[in-house]
Design a protein around this ligand. Structure first.
Ligand code: IMP
Length: 430
């Protein structure tokens, strides 16, 4: 029985929630292994829209155990807001498991995220301001607060005091902000303890046992390949590993137990925040795709930057993640276009690059080399089989597939849960 890792192939917001939801009935566990409430999954079920930032999207499928792995950073206020919101709509959240080793986003790290972005000015990253980066920095600096620390008041107080000894200097002397009172932080965190307790577990052990029992486990990445701290467009990245390897460290699942890697690839490209973006559009086509695709951030509401599909990035995502299957989303967003340019390579100072340039300056200066495919000019949202798609749409998918290095197993043709074409089973017949 498979262990599947689901990643984003581009800069995020590819529609991973939809892919998870499609597999929902056949999954036993859905594990979030990186990031925090910087993510935003919008899932539409029976016309009802659910926007989740922290909880794994598997929480909406009754037979699934949702897991927040050790690699996640948890904002407890957001966690309980989401739990309360779902419970109010009749969704049972009691199956949720949270790793005792996951780190907690303390209030001072939200403050530091915002003030440091302001301080950077034109050099800002464009973060979501949720405290993600400072919390991962604390983890690496070995001054983070873990979920398990909340269950030992004296340890918690020691850790908060130690962290603030340095952070209050930074807040007051560099950013000219008032110092944070340690006891207020401790009391806020302790206020969650009773509600948190039933969810906390040794999730790596539970997952290992589940895999031994033949359960189907989906590890769902937050963010995406080009936002990965190691493999993305550094420094315009998030602070965690959003590529498939992150599932090993962030969930405690060894690489030898992973069977399939599914990457979600939007049929065009979007990005929020700052950083290079070779196929970015500043014309009516960009505005058109933003409007038909409702491309506004789920987390911050920011209009997303829009560009044509970039296959240099698609191939890179295949290689870095070891993608076995792609899920292409939003193919229907092209329904109104006469023709569709697709980036197949870059040109930098007269030199053609078929693979991602290793040097960031080259990537910043990359000019896309396009091949233009004919559009289909008809509504495809009712198609449920590949053969039902207009010939031009089939040709488009096959053109992309031939250049990605892995099959396109799922094609999304509309916003609803049912608006998908499953060409191959990514679960290998499960
Ligand atoms: P942070 O994750 O808040 O530190 O933000 C770092 C970068 O990642 C910024 O460019 C954000 O816009 C981007 N980012 C973080 N989470 C997401 C996401 O879920 N989708 C798209 N971009 C994201």
């Amino acid at each position: 029985m498979p262990v599947i890792v689901l990643v984003g192939a581009q800069w995020g917001d590819e529609g991973k929630g939809k892919a998870t939801d499609l597999l929902g009935d056949r999954l036993d566990y859905v594990v979030k292994f990186n990031g925090g409430n910087n993510a935003g999954h919008t899932v539409v079920i029976d016309g009802e829209k659910y926007a989740l930032h922290l909880l794994p999207s598997g929480i909406l499928s009754p037979g699934v155990v949702p897991v927040i792995g050790n690699g996640v950073v948890v904002d407890l206020n957001v966690l309980f807001q989401e739990i309360d919101g779902l419970e109010a709509r009749g969704i049972d959240t009691s199956r949720l498991r949270i790793s005792a080793n996951a780190h907690v986003i303390a209030s001072y790290n939200r403050t530091l995220d915002k003030v440091s972005e302001r301080f950077l000015g034109a050099r800002r990253i464009g973060t979501t301001g949720r405290g993600i980066g400072p919390t991962y920095a604390d983890k690496m600096n070995r001054m983070g607060i873990r979920v398990q620390d909340l269950f030992d008041e004296s340890i918690l107080r020691q850790k908060v005091t130690a962290a603030l000894a340095m952070k209050n200097q930074v807040l007051s002397k560099i950013y000219n902000r008032s110092a944070v009172k340690g006891e207020e932080v401790v009391q806020e965190l302790l206020s969650y303890v009773d509600r948190l307790r039933p969810y906390v577990a040794d999730t790596a052990l539970e997952l290992s046992q589940a895999i031994d029992e033949g359960k189907v486990v989906l590890c769902e990445a937050g963010q995406a390949t080009l936002l990965d701290v190691d493999h993305g467009t550094y420094p315009f990245v998030t602070s965690s590993n959003a590529t498939s390897g992150g599932a090993c460290t962030g969930a405690g699942i060894p690489p030898t137990r992973i069977d399939r890697v599914v990457a979600v690839l939007k049929a065009f490209t979007t990005r929020v925040g700052e950083g290079p973006f070779p196929t970015e559009l500043h014309d009516k086509f960009g505005d058109y795709l933003r409007e038909v695709g409702h491309e506004y951030g789920t987390t911050t509401g920011r209009p997303r930057r829009i560009g044509w599909l970039d296959l240099v990035i698609g191939r890179y995502a295949q290689r870095i993640n070891g993608v076995t299957d792609f899920a292409m989303t939003k193919l229907d967003n092209y329904d109104g276009l006469d023709e569709i340019p697709v980036c197949v390579a870059y040109e930098v100072n007269g030199v053609r690059y078929d693979e991602m340039p290793v040097n960031q300056t080259d990537f910043h200066h990359a000019t896309p080399v396009y091949e233009t495919l004919p559009g289909w000019k008809q509504d495809i949202s009712g198609c449920r089989k590949f053969e039902e798609l207009p010939q031009q749409a089939q040709d488009f998918v096959e053109f992309v597939e031939a250049r990605l290095g892995a099959r396109i197993s799922i094609v999304g043709v509309g916003p609803g849960r049912e608006a998908v074409i499953e060409r191959h089973s990514v679960l290998g017949g499960v």
